[in-house]
Ligand binder design. Sequence first.
Ligand code: FAD
Length: 504
Amino acid sequence: MSDNRVKSIVIVGGGTSGWMSAAALAKVLGPTYSITLVESEEIGTVGVGEATIPMIKVFNQALELDEADFIRSTKGSFKLGIEFVNWGQVGDSYIHGFGKIGQDLGLTAFYHYWLKARQLGQAEDFDHYSICTAAARANKFMPAVPDRPNSPLADLGYAYHFDAGLYAKYLRAYSEKRGVTRIEGKVKEVQQRPDDGFIDAIVLESGQRIPGQLFIDCTGFRGLLIEQTLKAGYVDWSHWLPANRAAALQCETNGPLTPYTRSTAQEAGWQWRIPLQHRVGNGYVFSNEYISEDEACAKLLSRLEGRPLMDPKVLRFTTGKRRKFWDKNVVAVGLSSGFMEPLESTSIHLIQSAIARLTNFWPREGFDQTDIDEFNAHSDFEFDKIRDFLILHYHATERTDTPFWNYVRTMDVPESLKRKLALFKSNGRVYRQAEELFAEPSWVQVMLGQRLQPAGYSGMVDAIDSEAAVRHVQTVGGVIASCVRAMPTHQDFIARHCAAPMAA
Ligand code: FAD
């Protein structure tokens, strides 16, 4: 009996996407499959991508990583959400916190009760009703306590910040231990089968030929296989997400170790701040139509909290997605599949979900076009929904102070986003569509944070009297505040459980 199973996998690229793919496939496929990863130290990696969302924990659990060892090895920290500064108006600050908001009553979401209580002048800012946001504001952190089902501590969602270089190194060690073969070298030629264009092999500058059945393109913005070879095409979203550059650098820490990412809106984009144990990552994401690269670098340097540890590095990109994520026997994972800018730290998640999707559609005997089409449709849906959520941050603003903000505030947005905005503005309703990544709490926090005020709230709230609704909101706020008071500081938690050894 002939064995046509896809058993020889070649991963091209050794950035975050390459090593995440290698680690996950080595774990799920086991030693009878051959996994080879090719990377070029000379070309290097983008070297950014240090903030994540809570689903990364699922990935780490699937790999059976020890959390404390992982944090220590990547000099990481914990992330309870993202603080958005100056987005609705200069001077504003809100947090998109992870996890649940408040406590739902019956089938009606907590935030509807808050909307009513707020209209009656009886509720504090929305920030007070998310355990993650309230803890982030107080620089506190602890993991969830799942065995306390009625406590907000059971709902504490979190993610990580980590050093991208150390993360790839960590996953490389993990993968090599499980049989992945790493080959150093630059791909100079991609060989296709003459009959159907499937990729047969890659050839390195050294002359080494590496054949394979399935190729995973993790070559970053280059898209060496998916685009340069197969010409899968790209959907350009820069009219909606106009940032096309990022100036990035690291600086010394100056202040407490905060458990959240900060995103500060600037004149022509926004600036990130990612706190790690040994340094702070910073970057100015901007559009070069509104500010030059030199000026953006100068602005970034002038806004650092500590001494810079390097010169700014400018990265160039076009926001959008690949037209086909999987084409023939090539699957694009990571930046080769598209990039929607780092505003909500979604790229590493997209790597993880592409790998999970690939395992769901793993070919049995050769390749099946219906599987490939379905894989691509799921990927499209995921990208489109995240795109809308990102556009929301730019579009729902009252800022009129620079040409950049005037453009994004007045631009036409996708119909799918228009519907979501209209629904929220009337009665504060938000619906999560199918498996879209961001659920109701995320949309509500960002919409309110960006100064969208719904006219009403769900009619279900009026099924109980106003005093009871207000009492519920106030009780939830009080319980969250007392939980936060009892939590350790983020710094203390790390010192106790997962402090990284600091090199001299
Ligand atoms: P790369 O890191 O570019 O790796 C490409 C690999 O391919 C390298 O190993 C390179 O050597 C290899 N390669 C390329 N060509 C060849 C060749 N010819 N021969 C051999 N090897 C080759 N994501 C988040 O989730 N959170 C964030 O906070 C975040 N911030 C970001 C900020 C910016 C400014 C940018 C641009 C991205 C950010 N991302 C973020 C995205 C994140 O950085 C990427 O998703 C992640 O690093 C994966 O990159 P990659 O592995 O696809 O590509």
